[in-house]
Write a protein that binds this ligand. Sequence first.
Ligand code: PLP
Length: 384
Amino acid sequence: MSDQHAHQGFETRAIHAGQEADPLTGAVVPPIYQVSTYKQDGVGGLRGGYEYSRSANPTRTALEQNLAALEGGRRGLAFASGLAAEDCLLRALLVPGDHVVIPNDAYGGTFRLFAKVAERWGVRWSVADTSDAAAVRAALTPETKIIWVETPSNPLLGITDIAAVADAARGAGARLVVDNTFASPYLQQPLALGADIVVHSTTKYVGGHSDVVGGALVVGDDALGDELAFHQNAMGAVAGPFDAWLTLRGIKTLAVRMDRHSANAARVAELLTAHPKVNRVYYPGLPGHPGHETAAKQMRSFGGMVSFRVAGGEQAAVEVCDQARLFTLGESLGGVESLIEHPGRMTHASVAGSALEVPADLVRLSVGIEAVDDLLADLAQALG
Ligand SMILES: Cc1ncc(COP(=O)(O)O)c(C=O)c1O
């Protein structure tokens, strides 16, 4: 983050960092530089430092600087998807024989990347309950290079104490990676808690409007930033200019959206907790959640994701999903509109039969920013 923004509040950084008025026209929003290459003034004479848009593009630069500022980091890198960001990170930091600790409750696609892709290249992994720092320590081997954490986790909303696991990582000479997708940088800033790298699916809360797929890495160390930027260019899965622009547009309202997501989700969790057809509610804002105190310590509020288990098993859970009207049945999360899904058959089908398998009676909600009474009424009718 540049010194200019270091002392500004989050909302100010969201709107201004990396987004100074266009020097050519004064446009207050960075233009979409829909361009692949740049005229050079003589061989090697670059006008603005740009030579080819895989290496760098001004709209993407604006987003990357903004993401770095939001996470309190030194360098942000924007990718074509969250998984592209994760893949770049793995290939930049791991060689055959290295070992990674992954959470026992992670996004199915992250698990698939380790189990079905990285493993073929000789990267080894094991699963730990990252909400327990002692379990993470027990999973470490001399070859462990990365501890991967998702907090809150997808789909069970598990909470990991980032500072405690950062301690374990430092002690083992490993790097701590935190997938901050569920919290967004407004609710939680892992670098300040000792993480080395933050991962985002910017498809979710950061973009916030279900209209763009993207990913990001943010680091607090210049040398590591250079290493990742080298791989970003070498591998090439960058965010396009229009996608970068859409993501920046979403970021401007991130703070106000997250406040409303959290407030609405708290009300939804309350309704579900009291409902006779709900066996268990997973929401870190509930005092009974095992990670509640840690979440209260490291998050500004508890976010917009709520999962719950339906009495009556898998079929009953599927029926709730089918009955919802205002909650749209669909994958993904973090947009302004509310979504409902059945993780076992949808987002987490890829972890079936693994240590990460999710309960069959689980329903996941991405609580949007609609009028909360309408959301509560829809859930009440869907539960019957
Ligand atoms: C927590 C988390 N991390 C990473 C990803 C992958 O991001 P993308 O779908 O943008 O590739 C997702 C996608 O759902 C996710 O939920």
